[in-house]
Design a binder for this molecule. Sequence first.
Ligand code: NAD
Length: 308
Amino acid sequence: SAKVIDGKAVAKQIKDEIAGEIVRMKDGIGIVPGLAVILVGSRKDSQTYVRNKKKACEAVGIKSYEANLPEDSTEEEVLKHIACFNDDPSVHGILVQLPLPRHMNEEKILNAIGLEKDVDGFHPLNIGRLSMQGRDPLFVPCTPKGCMELLHRYGVEIKGKRAVVIGRSNIVGMPAALLLQKANATISMVHSYTKNPVEITRQADIIISAAGVANLVRGSWIKPGAVVIDVGINPVDDAQSPRGYRLVGDVCYEEACKVASAITPVPGGVGPMTIAMLLSNTLSSAKRIHDFNNHKKAYAGCMYILSP
Ligand code: NAD
């Protein structure tokens, strides 16, 4: 039966490493990394995500800054906050919690974030560089970066392997596929218009699933011995749970365990890694901006800086 890839444990290890680095940085040059989060509106899920990010920052010693704007704010007001954080030397990372209210132009707002502070990695220039050979973005989006970090830390060989990414969103599927091909895998993408998704997925040595559909990937979709990274977080009804629902991934876990060689559970897989990568991006941003220990060269690419 498949080895369980313990994202929670890896995330904790990374957070401990980050906390140690932050102490070293503070002692060395008197700088503490800072992360600014802009939240527009009052979506409950977004509020929870922002609260969790803030707590995670505090736990490792990153100073967090928050701008909470009402739902009916104008684009100009959001842009003004971004400009402020862009100019603030104590802020090394800026993120705008998505989704934005419908009346706002997401691209215009993401474009306004200073490239060197774009810790979510959603700036079109950073995504563009991610897709180019011989170029590296300043930041890699946190969830796909977390998937790659898990593969690296569990010693999964990527070079020359066949990888299938299910889903092609800007925040997960697309950047995950770009990262896998940068790591020299041969990639296929499966999305809602793909014919024969089973046949395609069954060829994969590595599967990253980010479709947002519970139990989409059955045991029969998986080649024996494949490594499965399940990004999906999907609520399903559960009368036994006090909340009336529980969270499952895209992959039918029990079936997959019998076929795969390794798999991430949900919860406790990719989820905790996403926040750890945000903290990692914020730390490497502060290091880059302050040229900490003249590490500039080592951190210029800033991919997998935490891998051993
Ligand atoms: P999205 O809705 O933006 O994109 C889903 C993608 O899946 C689309 O490209 C679509 O074409 C594809 N898709 C949908 N149904 C499909 C099907 N039946 N077969 C094949 N492809 C299909 O979603 P997203 O923002 O990329 O998130 C995907 C999932 O990952 C969600 O469950 C979300 O909650 C979860 N997520 C988890 C984390 C984390 O930290 N673990 C972070 C972000 C998103």
